[in-house]
Design a protein around this ligand. Structure first.
Ligand code: ADP
Ligand code: ADP
Ligand code: ZN
Length: 222
């Protein structure tokens, strides 16, 4: 793997971007960069960006490119990202994609792979509605598809605190899927045109998807 691999995970809410990004982190020593997580941290901290983003996120719409780009640039400036990054949930618009290209070009770097997690919309409502995470380490779980080995105890860190997102409800998922198809799905052809796109069937079991994804990553970075 090159020193500073840049991978992008594309896919609608519930596709498995966060789940797979965490597995790729462990497997390849990369750093997961989730703009959703960064925005939720800004909301929790009550920063100016967080205050502006809160209602937009709760409505299932996209936060402005300006806010998202500012947050992402700050995070990319931190030294740990030199190990290489998996962008989870970014870019989500053509403006963000173009800004990312410029940012990477300025560092003499470029995208190694943009991987589209291909799923059926209909299944995403159940994935999102059943999602919860460890309140301590952020490990993702699901009411039906991924429960901790010991009920109520995080597999990774032993915490017994779990949380659910304010926007993970059936009403908001519809708006989020719409935003995905209108604003983010066009990026699939954008990256196809650049010759860096791969598609992975993400309807299967979590570990099967992880295996397919790892094969794409190895091919793109060696
Ligand atoms: P995203 O980051 O794309 O929104 P997540 O990784 O958070 O998606 O996954 C959404 C929910 O679905 C989580 O509860 C996760 O445990 C579960 N999940 C992820 N991948 C799969 C899969 N391949 N099959 C079934 N459930 C999955
Ligand atoms: P999902 O599970 O829907 O993929 P994320 O955690 O990636 O969830 O994003 C949650 C919300 O944060 C989005 O619905 C959107 O409001 C906002 N958000 C996250 N990333 C971006 C982005 N790159 N551009 C605009 N808004 C974003
Ligand atoms: Zn945990």
């Amino acid at each position: 793997m090159t020193k500073s691999a840049v991978l992008i995970l594309l896919g609608p809410p519930g596709a498995g971007k966060g789940t797979q990004a965490r597995m790729l982190e462990e497997k390849f020593g990369l750093v997961q960069l989730s703009t959703g997580d960064l925005l939720r941290a800004a909301v929790a901290a009550g920063t100016e960006a967080g205050l502006a983003a809160k209602a937009v996120m709760e409505a299932g719409q996209l936060v402005s490119d300006e806010i998202v780009l500012a947050i992402l640039k700050d995070r990319l400036a931190e030294p740990d990202t030199a190990k290489g990054v998996i962008l989870d949930g970014f870019p989500r618009t053509e403006v963000q994609a173009a800004a990312l290209d410029d940012l990477l070009a300025a560092q003499g770097s470029a995208i190694d792979a943009a991987i589209s997690l291909e799923v059926d919309d209909a299944a995403m409502v159940e994935r999102v509605a059943g999602r919860y995470t460890c309140g301590n380490c952020g490990e993702g779980y699901h009411d039906s598809f991924k429960q901790p080995a010991v009920a109520g105890v995080c597999d990774k860190c032993g915490s017994t605190e779990f949380k659910r997102r304010a926007d993970d409800n059936a009403e908001t998922v519809g708006a989020r899927l719409e935003a995905y198809h209108a604003q983010t799905a066009p990026l699939i052809s954008y990256y196809e045109g650049k010759g860096v796109l791969s598609r992975v069937d993400a309807m299967g079991e979590i570990n099967r998807v992880a295996g397919d994804l790892a094969a794409v990553v190895v091919k793109a970075t060696t």
